[in-house]
Write a protein that binds this ligand. Structure first.
Ligand code: NAD
Length: 292
């Protein structure tokens, strides 16, 4: 029987460590970390995600400020808000929930966020720091994936890893993190040939294609560790939708361990966001101390 990696429990342990760090900062007379969350428009899924992030901040003692802007907000208005938050010393992290409405260039907005406050880790400066093996702010879902992997395999050095998906926010950063952990990494994507064959050779599979249950049981080598990033809504037997991942969960009992959907990678993403906010607040306090 494959071990089910409990993302909720591991995320809660990370939250406890984050809360301890916040308490230590306050005890040392430092400012409480602050996260600004921007939501443009009323996309229902985005509203749920933003609500969860704000609530999670409260739990660990991070100050949160929420900016809900109408769907017709112009790019200039959004950039002006980001400039204001970049200059506000009480804001240590800025998160702009995507997707953004069509009139706004997402790339321009992500580039406008001060890399020191880019707690999503999407800015090219942070992506570049990751690429060169330095410690910038790492994208939340990828760092959550590595944390879950290490709960099962503390030292993955030398293992063969297959990443399914090459997006800038999941596939590519996960691949670099695995490389930095000493894995031999194959990155696959929509044009990859013979994917099942490649999967069968992998000790670790990170699935991030967004294709429901694409990784079948016979793609998986006995003893492999499976990390499922995908989340898709599919019609359930009762007529109600259910959430599934990219891995056919019921077919992979011969794996060593697998993350469930929901309750696997998802909870880690928010826990890593909070950890990034504290990391950013500490780095900004250090910078202020050296420039004063
Ligand atoms: P994306 O659509 O940007 O990227 C999907 C990737 O899958 C692409 O690189 C594409 O080349 C690849 N792909 C498509 N078909 C393929 C195939 N047949 N074989 C191999 N690769 C294929 O998506 P994304 O933003 O990277 O997200 C991927 C999934 O992860 C989605 O289901 C998303 O909802 C989920 N996600 C979850 C979290 C979380 O917190 N759990 C966070 C981010 C994304």
């Amino acid at each position: 029987m494959a071990e089910i990696i409990d993302g909720k429990k591991i995320a809660s342990q990370l939250d406890d460590r984050t809360k301890t760090q916040v308490d230590e900062m306050i005890a040392a007379g430092m400012e409480r970390p602050g996260l600004a969350v921007i939501l443009v428009g009323a996309d229902p899924a985005s509203q749920v995600y933003v609500g969860r992030k704000i609530k999670a901040c409260e739990k660990v003692g991070i100050n949160s400020s929420e900016y809900r802007l109408p769907a017709e907000t112009s790019q200039d208005e959004l950039l002006a808000l980001i400039a204001r938050l970049n200059a506000d010393p009480s804001v240590h992290g800025i998160l702009c929930q995507v997707p953004l409405p069509r009139q706004i260039d997402t790339q321009k907005v992500l580039l406008a966020i001060d890399p020191a406050k880019d707690v999503d880790g999407f800015h090219p400066v942070n992506a570049g720091l990751l690429f060169t093996g330095s410690r910038g702010l790492v994208a939340c879902t990828p760092s959550g994936v590595i944390e879950l992997l290490k709960s099962v395999v503390p030292d993955p050095t030398g293992l063969d890893a297959l990443v399914i998906g090459r997006s800038n926010i999941v596939g590519k950063p996960v691949a670099i993190l695995l490389l930095n952990e000493g894995c031999t990494v194959t990155v696959s994507h929509s044009k990859t040939r013979d994917l099942p064959e490649k999967a069968r050779r992998a000790d670790i599979i990170v699935a991030a294609s967004g294709i429901p249950e694409m990784v079948k049981g016979d793609w998986v080598k006995p003893g492999a560790v499976l990390l499922d990033v995908g989340i898709s809504r599919v019609p359930g037997a009762s007529g109600k939708d259910r959430l599934v991942g990219d891995i056919a969960f019921d077919e992979v009992q011969h794996a060593r361990a697998v993350t469930p959907v929901p309750g696997g990678v998802g909870p880690m993403t928010i826990a890593c966001l909070l950890a990034n906010t504290v990391q950013a607040a500490k780095a900004q306090a250090d910078d202020a101390a050296t420039t004063n």
